[in-house]
Design a binder for this molecule. Structure first.
Ligand code: ZN
Length: 264
């Protein structure tokens, strides 16, 4: 995605985080009023909606309006409702952008997009175990609001992946070194981990990688997890699948060759 199409508080057009269309975005400043009456925010429940639908005291028109309003609230999406009064406070550092195409609203704190969460960086290798894919996708979702959290989750992904590949998952340095020495992992992959390390600072715990916690590091860690998966899971899997497609006679010939002692 070109940088000017990425959602940003500096632009009036970008790829909408809801519908992905590159289109105009309208910005809104916000005001706040103290709640009067009920001291907590009004959040309708499905049960409350049924009560409105069954309320025969309301005119058909009012009931429909109220049900439409409840339905809109129950989507959980942020929306703008005309009306209201002058605000007691002006809210600073909180902004809304509304998409010209889908009309949906995005919420920003300072210059960070808070809602909806958009995934950043490379998608996971589909050959990764499901629980690692889950953590990986969560890391992509929180990449913008919390790159530090994303880096922590990806650290966990590496740990789980090492265990999945038969390592102990206790000391990541040892595990990665073992994968390189004994299981054929490319040493360049190990080197790429050193790039995202905090150099010259004592690690928090032995065996725990002391990683920088910026966005670039987290994006690099996504690549790191995928690189290990490609080499250690996908590549052997694909070669095995190709091998199984060979005619049986050829496979037998290969197996016979493998079994033959090497003659000098
Ligand atoms: Zn949109």
């Amino acid at each position: 995605m070109p940088s000017q199409s990425q959602p940003s508080t500096r632009e009036t057009a970008f790829c909408c985080p809801h519908c992905s269309a590159f289109t105009s975005q309208y910005w809104f400043g916000l005001g706040a009023n103290s709640l009067t009456g009920d001291p907590i925010p009004f959040i309708p429940t499905a049960k409350g909606r049924i009560a409105v639908a069954d309320n025969t005291k309301l005119s058909q028109d009012d009931r429909k309006k109220l049900l439409d309003y409840f339905d809109q609230l129950l989507t959980g999406l942020v929306f703008l409702k005309p009306g209201g009064k002058y605000a007691e406070y002006k809210i600073e550092n909180l902004h809304l952008s509304k998409c010209h195409n889908c009309k949906k609203v995005a919420v920003w704190v300072h210059d960070h997009l808070l809602f909806p969460l958009i995934k950043s960086g490379d998608p996971p290798n589909p050959d990764l175990p499901e629980d690692i894919i889950h953590d990986f996708e969560e890391a992509r979702e929180i990449m913008n609001p919390s790159p530090r959290g994303a880096a922590a989750l990806l650290h966990l992904c590496i740990q789980k992946l090492c265990k999945h590949l038969g390592e102990k998952g206790e000391n990541l340095d040892d595990d990665i070194a073992d994968l390189v020495k004994k299981k054929g992992l490319n040493p360049l992959v190990q080197k790429s981990l050193d790039v995202v390390r905090v150099i010259g600072k004592e690690a928090v715990q032995p065996g725990v990688l002391d990683l920088k916690d910026d966005r670039d590091t987290a994006l690099q860690l996504l690549k790191f997890v995928n690189a290990i998966a490609t080499q250690m899971i996908s590549h052997p899997k694909n070669v095995e699948a190709m091998y199984q497609k060979l005619p049986e006679s050829k496979r037998k010939a290969i197996e016979a060759r493998e079994a033959k002692p090497v003659s000098r």
